[in-house]
Design a protein. Structure first.
Length: 232
């Protein structure tokens, strides 16, 4: 526990923005203009029984007559996921040269700071929204491996923030996990911990970048539990 708090303090200290900017590499972020088909290809192993994010989104709409989709760290996939139903928005770290090239409504900013999340909460507060039914995150190469090795908690800070905003009645979160190589084995322990906490999990740790699907229920905790390795 002491080590976890030490890392949190280091990440959240005075050099917060510099560290996070150092950790982020928009020039290698291939997801900025990725269409939904690229997402389907990456997430196919955890999408089952559905063959696409659009099919999953349609199923959510048919069951709830409500659909709120947020793409974290991407810009173009939301229209293809939402289709003719529901609401959707993207959140992405951008630099000036990328402004004006984004193909969908986007909250632009450093996702490791408060402001974009405040904007998202304002958007969710509009009528017919409140919770996220389907969250996706495909950061790809947008986070530098060297910084993840130095600050592994960075890999789990965004999932925790996203999870809090999921619909407590079967909210879906499908994500890549940019974890240090030494943490890949710990993902199975994390999966067990999440399942103990009534969070449904499908994990593909064999992917080049591990991918995971979480389903939050009314029996799940408010906060996403951290991997046990951080609690030792």
């Amino acid at each position: 526990m002491t080590e976890m708090y030490r890392q949190l303090l280091e990440i959240q200290g005075k050099n917060l923005r510099r560290r996070r900017l150092e950790a982020t590499d928009p020039t290698s972020w291939g997801v900025f203009h990725s269409a939904v088909e690229a997402y389907d290809a990456v997430f196919q192993q955890v999408l089952k029984p559905f063959d696409s994010l659009r099919a999953l989104a349609k199923d959510i709409w048919q069951k709830n007559r409500r659909l709120v989709v947020v793409d974290f760290m991407g810009t173009n996939a939301v229209p293809g996921i939402v289709g003719q139903h529901g609401k959707g928005i993207s959140m992405a770290f951008t630099k000036p040269q990328l402004e004006g090239k984004l193909g969908a409504p986007v909250i632009a900013g450093d996702l490791f700071t408060h402001e974009p999340w405040s904007q998202l909460d304002q958007w969710l507060a509009l009528p017919g929204r409140k919770y996220i039914n389907l969250a996706v995150a495909k950061p790809g190469g947008g986070i530098k491996p060297s910084q993840i090795e130095k600050h592994p908690l960075l890999s789990f800070m965004l999932p925790r923030r996203i999870y809090r905003r999921l619909d407590p009645n079967n909210g879906f979160f499908i994500t890549q996990l940019n974890v240090p190589h030494k943490f890949k084995g710990a993902l199975f322990e994390w999966k067990d911990e999440l399942e103990k906490n009534q969070i449904e999990v499908i994990l593909d740790a064999d992917a080049e970048i591990p991918i995971m699907k979480l389903i939050k229920s009314t029996h799940s905790p408010y906060n996403l539990p951290l991997p046990p390795i951080f609690l030792q």
